[in-house]
Design a protein around this ligand. Structure first.
Ligand SMILES: Nc1nc2c(c(=O)[nH]1)N(C=O)[C@@H](CNc1ccc(C(=O)N[C@@H](CCC(=O)O)C(=O)O)cc1)CN2
Ligand SMILES: Nc1ncnc2c1ncn2[C@@H]1O[C@H](COP(=O)(O)OP(=O)(O)OP(=O)(O)O)[C@@H](O)[C@H]1O
Length: 198
């Protein structure tokens, strides 16, 4: 691995971990989703949050739907990422209710229709659950390669919106080759652990 460029190393880790998570059985997926939802609902920043940004899982990602349902049941507001219509690489966060219709974006992921009345800024969101492909023991994350969350999470401390990774345990790697734009996570939830870094 050390003979690869950082870009090639990241590509290889992406491919390998995506294969691992896609290979989980639907039973393993269901158990992981329930356990992670339980842990998330007991995590004080999420318990105390009014507005929580989540994402709709694909590609073997830990299924966030059980957590979304539990947040709705507790009367908490759920927001989903929407690809910005003209600002390339940027995400917008729109309110997601049980009755919200979903449309597939150009990457094949379901998202709420663009309606500015349903928009929340990072200042208004309390917690953002962040998707990732791989994470390491220092809180570095590697995503799908679009740089969407790296851009979103720049200066998150100034917005008062806490980013929290959520992933399967098998997505942990020993160490990620970090790039200067990578934003490390302060917290991450797996089905069997809550990681926190300061
Ligand atoms: N569930 C979920 N939603 C999310 C993300 C995510 O990681 N997970 N994102 C996190 O950033 C954003 C979308 N980022 C994505 C980046 C790349 C690909 C993807 O499928 N890439 C293909 C090639 C796509 C193409 O160019 O045609 C691939 O790698 O095979 C998908 C989503 C916003 N929404
Ligand atoms: N803050 C930023 N400003 C401008 N470009 C950025 C920023 N962060 C990342 N990028 C660009 O986005 C591209 C993808 O970055 P990277 O491979 O780190 O994405 P990722 O972490 O896998 O994806 P994501 O954050 O969407 O989950 C890189 O080419 C990088 O140049």
């Amino acid at each position: 691995m050390s003979s690869f460029s950082p870009v090639a190393a990241r590509q290889q880790i992406r491919a390998e971990i995506r294969r691992l998570r896609q290979a989980l059985s639907s039973e393993q997926q269901q158990q992981a989703a329930q356990a992670a939802a339980c842990r998330a609902m007991a995590f004080p920043p999420i318990q105390q949050a009014q507005k929580v940004a989540l994402f709709l899982s694909f590609d073997g990602e830990l299924d966030t739907r059980p957590l979304i349902r539990q947040l709705w049941q507790q009367g908490q507001q759920v927001y989903l990422p929407v690809l910005h219509p003209f600002s390339a690489g940027q995400l917008l966060f729109l309110r997601y209710l049980p009755e919200t219709p979903l449309l597939k974006n150009r990457l094949g992921i379901d998202e709420p229709p663009l309606d500015i009345r349903q928009l929340a800024t990072l200042d208004q969101l309390d917690v953002m659950l962040v998707p990732l492909v791989a994470f390491d023991a220092t809180g570095q994350r590697l995503g799908m390669g679009g740089g969407f969350y790296d851009r979103t999470l720049q200066r998150w401390q100034q917005h008062g919106c806490l980013p929290v990774g959520i992933a399967h345990s098998c997505q942990q790697v020993t160490a990620l080759p970090a790039e200067h734009w990578d934003i490390p996570l302060p917290a991450l939830i797996t089905p069997d652990n809550i990681w926190q870094w300061s």
